[in-house]
Structures are given as structure tokens and as C-alpha cells.
Design a binder for this molecule. Structure first.
Ligand code: ADP
Length: 327
């Protein structure tokens, strides 16, 4: 059970799912006229923080909307938290939160009124919804602005209120469609921190769409790359990097010159980066031996990153593959 709020939520949301996958899709396809927005998507996604990465128009929103039963798939089937997406029942909605790409507030309503109303729509009694609203608005960092109409909010505040309405009913999984759109660097940082904490601190799975690789890399442990409606990659980010881990970045904890010469004496090509790190081409697929080498010289690295560019390389390759598959 998520520990998002103080009020016991069992009566409202039932037992957490025992299904090992939060999403299971088989041949999920959505066609709009001549446009194949989603093409034959088959995958199984375990709980965690999952990035849905792809350029604008790739099919990310369509995928999310089909999973939420806001769009009817042309063919194929899917389950979210073990429930068929075609089941239009309250039990399904209670466990799922959604923050759409576009603004979704009601004109004239204050932030706290709006979030309370969303809680009530998910089946919560008014008093419980109101209490949780304040807890969630505190969590997303919203102060006294909560009493002002949402229409008067900055983009950052609107993104926060959208996140709050997706969380108010203590869901097991939230779908966040481009949650950092329109934010300045500090606003983006704040929202990304919050999103990362949903899984790590509260156990709420996150499906977050973005066209920005760095946002996905920053908070997600898995990635689904979509191009032209097709899933061209679905993997944990760590596994993706491990598949391509011949380039390694090391951050010497001390004695950078000696650190560098030990690596060079071992026959490795070392480049010094402007941030003080060393970029090394590994001779083997395992980096353990390199760590062992440094430890034996009493120079354990402060940080080691295997193939820092792997995700970027994969993203670019996947986009090319997606173009090839375009129908
Ligand atoms: P993304 O979220 O990755 O930007 P979308 O899922 O919004 O992509 O769109 C995928 C494709 O489907 C795009 O070519 C878009 O124009 C098209 N599309 C999305 N919704 C509709 C719709 N309601 N009617 C017609 N075409 C649509």
C-alpha cells in the first residue's frame, strides 16, 4: 500500500495488485483514418519508473490514452494492473492516476477545489478528498496559491496541480504525459525530483512520456522507445547500457595524475574530460577488472559510469529503425 497520506486508503482502493506486470499489451493498434498512430504494440512492463520516449507524433499519448480507455484501440488488447482496459469500472480508475499533456483544470476553480473535486470523482468522500488534497498540494510544493483560480497559475504551478490531481486518490500507477513541458530549468528539476520520489519513496509506479532523453534518463529505470507508432526498444536502462558498456567514465577520488597513469600503463587509451573525469575504452565487456586494477593501486574511483552515451546512441538508432517500419 502506498504511504502517500495519513488516512487509511484500503477501503477506497482495495488491495494492491498482485500482478507482476503493471501493463500487458498484445498487438495494440490505433488507426486514425490513414494515420497508424499505434502499431501492433506487444509488451509486458513490470512496476517502477518507466519512460515512454519518442519524438513528437510518435504515438506516446495515443498509447497512454488507449491504456486508460480514453481511446478505443482499433485492434489488440491490453491490461493495466491485471485488468482488461475495456472494463469501464470504478475499481480500475481508483488505482490509476493520469496527468494529461494539455491543461485539464476547470475554469474559475481554485487549485484545492479542483484537486478535491478530482478526488471525489475517483470515489472519495468530500472530507477525505479535501484532507488528501492539502497533503498532496504540500507534497508537490504548492503554497497559498492553492486558494487562487488555476487560470491565474504559471506553467510550473499548472504542472504541479496536474500532478496533484493524478495522485490525490493514492493510485498504484500514474501516467504522466509530458510532465515537464513548458518548465524552466528549476521547475523541471523540481518536478523530476517529485516524479522520481513517487516510486522510490511511495511505491507508486510511474509511466512518464517525454521527447527528452535527459528527463527519462534522470528519473526512469526502464525505457520504452516509440517511433512511428512502434515500440522499437523496451528494456531497463541499466541493461541497455550494459549491452554497450565498452566506454567507461571514471571520476578519480584522489591523485588524478597517478590514476591516469595506472590506466595508461595497463594499455588503456585515456582521455581527460573538462569536468575532471577520465574517459576510457574498456578492453572487455566487464568493467570489474578495471575496478580491481584501481583498487590494487589504492585508487578506488569516486564514480564509475559504464557507457554514458548508450541510451543516446540507442535512441538515435531506434528512431532510424522506426522510420524503416513506418506504414
Ligand atoms: P505523441 O504523444 O508521441 O506526440 P500522439 O500519440 O499524440 O504522439 O500522435 C501520434 C500520431 O497520431 C500523430 O501523427 C498524430 O497526429 C495522430 N493523432 C493523434 N490523435 C489523433 C486524432 N484524434 N485524430 C487523428 N490523428 C491523431
Amino acid at each position: 500500500m502506498n504511504a502517500l497520506v495519513t488516512e487509511p486508503a484500503a477501503a477506497l482502493i482495495g488491495e494492491p495488485t498482485t500482478d507482476p506486470f503493471i501493463i500487458e499489451a498484445v498487438g495494440l493498434t490505433k488507426v486514425y483514418g490513414a494515420q497508424r498512430a499505434l502499431s501492433d504494440v506487444t509488451l509486458r512492463v513490470p512496476p517502477g519508473t518507466i519512460g515512454l520516449l519518442g519524438p513528437n507524433g510518435a504515438g506516446k499519448s495515443t498509447f497512454i490514452k488507449c491504456l486508460l480507455n480514453l481511446e478505443t484501440p482499433t485492434s489488440g488488447s491490453a491490461k493495466v494492473l491485471g485488468r482488461d482496459i475495456r472494463a469501464r469500472n470504478r475499481a480500475s480508475r481508483e488505482k490509476v492516476g493520469y496527468s494529461p499533456e494539455q491543461d485539464c483544470h476547470i475554469a474559475g476553480m481554485a487549485g484545492c477545489e479542483y484537486v478535491t473535486y478530482c478526488g471525489q470523482l475517483s470515489g472519495m468522500p468530500f472530507q477525505v478528498a479535501r484532507q488528501r488534497t492539502h497533503e498532496i498540494l504540500d507534497l508537490v510544493g504548492m503554497g497559498q496559491e492553492r486558494y487562487r483560480p488555476v487560470d491565474t497559475y504559471s506553467t510550473g504551478m499548472r504542472q504541479r496541480v496536474k500532478l496533484a490531481q493524478a495522485l490525490v486518490h493514492d493510485p498504484e500507477v500514474v501516467f504522466l504525459d509530458e510532465p515537464t513541458n513548458g518548465l524552466d530549468p528549476s521547475g523541471r528539476e523540481h518536478i523530476l525530483n517529485l516524479i522520481g520520489a513517487l516510486w522510490s519513496d511511495l511505491g507508486i509506479s510511474v509511466i512518464m512520456s517525454s521527447h527528452l532523453l535527459r528527463d527519462i534518463e534522470r528519473v526512469c529505470d526502464r525505457v520504452i522507445i516509440i517511433a512511428n507508432g512502434r515500440v522499437v526498444e523496451h528494456s531497463s536502462i541499466e541493461a541497455l547500457k550494459n549491452r554497450h558498456k565498452r566506454i567507461v567514465e571514471l571520476n578519480p577520488a584522489s591523485e588524478p595524475e597517478r590514476f591516469c597513469s595506472v590506466l595508461e600503463q595497463a594499455g588503456l587509451t585515456v582521455s581527460r574530460l573538462s569536468n575532471g573525469k577520465l574517459r576510457v575504452e574498456s578492453a572487455s565487456d566487464s568493467i570489474e577488472w578495471m575496478l580491481e586494477l584501481m583498487r590494487s593501486h589504492n585508487l578506488p574511483p569516486a564514480e564509475i559510469v559504464a557507457n554514458p552515451d548508450a541510451l543516446h546512441e540507442m535512441f538515435i538508432k531506434s528512431l532510424a529503425a522506426g522510420h524503416g517500419n513506418h506504414t
